[in-house]
Write a protein that binds this ligand. Sequence first.
Ligand SMILES: [Zn+2]
Length: 292
Amino acid sequence: MKDNQKYCELCGQEYEGKFYSRGSNYTVLKCSKCDLLWADPLTDENYEKMINSDYFGEEIYLSKEKGQKERFRSQIEKVLKIYGNKVLKDEIKILDVGSGLGFFIDVCDEMKIYCEGCDINEKAVNYSNRERNKTRIGTVDGYYEDNSFDMIFALNLIEHIPHPKEFITQCARILKPGGLLVLETPIQESLFHVFARIGDYMTGYRMNNYGINTNGHIYKFCNRSFEKFKDLGFSIIHKEKIGSPLKEIFGKTTYMSNLNKILVRFIMPVVWFLAKIFGMENRAFVVFKINK
Ligand SMILES: [Zn+2]
């Protein structure tokens, strides 16, 4: 499956992507208008496999359950505060897109907030639904009625979606007036990205460590590309940087080559620490409000 994308998903056909780097069987392109980075082609034959695989495997993800739930709880509390006292907590309806094993829904259940989820990984949905039925297999599409949710959470999701503009448009449709779209996604304004750029440039674009590829993170956003959401009806009302927990960075080393292990165990923690000090952590937590 070749899914070529020469122009910017957010800015449209007039804005062609310029060469940024290359991977084994793809090129990384950058929009000349909004600086969005993406892999061209967007997906490869492994993408479908990845979606249906044990990628969201219980073993790795369940080991993160406690930490993730703590993070979700504080994120929900933060967004409730931003939303204000417009509606009572027990009247709020949340949609969790890319709900995985259902940890976010678990937290909402504990907090007595209505939340349903959707995910395209059938195994994850089955796991999430093992004791309740709040998750459907699918994406944010025509299934959902107009003006039906107060908040949509899409945490660590948008970078995986081949066509994020369609996703944002659907969110705009199904959010109630004044509703919120909450994203968490890796960003370019991070120290990891700056070092990756230097290393890549110095090796003649042979060291692509941006975390962008055709079957994982297809896109990498930045402040300028978030501004493009305004054209789709959203205002940015909150933005902050957050770092991946150091524990999670260490946790993945068993699957890596020796060279990468050295990188992850000795260099990454230093970069991670510096990033925290200088406010250049690797992900953004952004709250958008729909203008309707
Ligand atoms: Zn663009």
